[in-house]
Design a protein around this ligand. Structure first.
Ligand SMILES: NC(=O)c1ccc[n+]([C@@H]2O[C@H](COP(=O)([O-])OP(=O)(O)OC[C@H]3O[C@@H](n4cnc5c(N)ncnc54)[C@H](OP(=O)(O)O)[C@@H]3O)[C@@H](O)[C@H]2O)c1
Length: 258
């Protein structure tokens, strides 16, 4: 039996990917990583000016990207985003459901509007975009991979994160049900559950004394994750290297959820 090289195993040449929430943080990185490994990538978010910058960066490395406006809480924007990506690159084989927001607050004090926003974006958004991908992938009949970005908070909660924890635990369960329902169509559905990963929106906080103490107290590996430490898990789930993996939440969290 032949043995594939690492490059061949994770190769995404000829695939079409769509990454939601690609305008910053993890989504930006996911789009770069998929493009660097051969995929043509639809990059979706509300801040399309930032997507144009990402497109330039991907193209400067020889990749291909298409910015598409998308608000995962607005169902009317979802099909047009898929249509635009399909027109440019062909049907979507890989969906990374990454768009997300956070809102903190003790349950007793939480404004219901904050609760609604977190659930709308982080859970309903994953359902709506995932549903569109599932329908289209099933119609094409070539299978596919859906990677939902959940969180270690789906497994290990902390105070003030009620809405976020509920939404992310919902994403993990939704991932399993989708995997079960779509297995016949060879559409794999998995989740990445990151711990604290340093991004532009949290690096200021983690540099404070409070942030440093928090890492020492709650992260067994006693450090933040580097954004590049998600690359391998993403490629495993998106590529044929993970061709028998479905319905699995993978923790990439330095041990937080233990
Ligand atoms: N960083 C971490 O430590 C960490 C840990 C665990 C899980 N996560 C998860 O990873 C994902 C990315 O987080 P991040 O840290 O990279 O945060 P981020 O830098 O704030 O990025 C969030 C992304 O989501 C997009 N977004 C928000 N609401 C949207 C909407 N309604 N429609 C479309 N896009 C929307 C934003 O784009 P626009 O504002 O331009 O639309 C942005 O691109 C989230 O699901 C988050 O929960 C992050």
């Amino acid at each position: 039996m032949t043995i594939a090289s690492v490059g061949e195993l994770f190769d995404l040449s000829g695939r079409t990917a769509l990454v939601t929430g690609a305008s910053s943080g993890l989504g930006w990185r996911f789009a770069e990583v998929l493009a660097a490994n051969g995929a043509n990538v639809g990059i979706a978010a509300r801040r399309t000016d930032r997507l144009e910058t990402l497109k330039s960066e991907i193209e400067a490395r020889g990749g291909h990207a298409l910015p598409v406006p998308l608000d995962v809480t607005d169902i009317d924007t979802i099909a047009p985003a898929f249509d635009a990506v399909e027109k440019a690159f062909g049907p979507v084989d890989i969906l990374v459901n990454n768009a997300g927001v956070a809102a903190e607050g003790f349950i007793a004090d939480m404004n219901p509007a904050d609760w609604r926003k977190v659930l709308d974006t982080n859970l309903d958004g994953v359902f709506l975009v995932g549903q569109e991908a599932a329908r289209r992938m099933t119609a094409v009949g070539k299978g596919g991979s859906i990677v939902n970005i959940a969180s270690a908070i789906a497994f290990k909660v902390s105070k003030t994160l009620g809405a976020y924890a509920a939404a992310k635990a919902g994403v993990v369960q939704l991932t399993k049900v989708m995997a079960l329902e779509l297995a016949d169509a060879n559409i794999r559905v998995n989740a990445i559950c990151p711990g604290y990963i340093e991004t532009e929106i949290n690096s200021d906080y983690f540099a404070t004394e409070g942030g440093k103490k928090m890492i020492q107290r709650y992260v067994p590996m006693k450090r933040l994750g580097d954004i590049k430490e998600l690359d391998g898990t993403l490629l495993l789930l998106a590529s044929d290297a993970g061709s028998f993996i479905t319905g699995t939440p993978i923790l990439v969290d330095g041990g937080i959820a233990l």
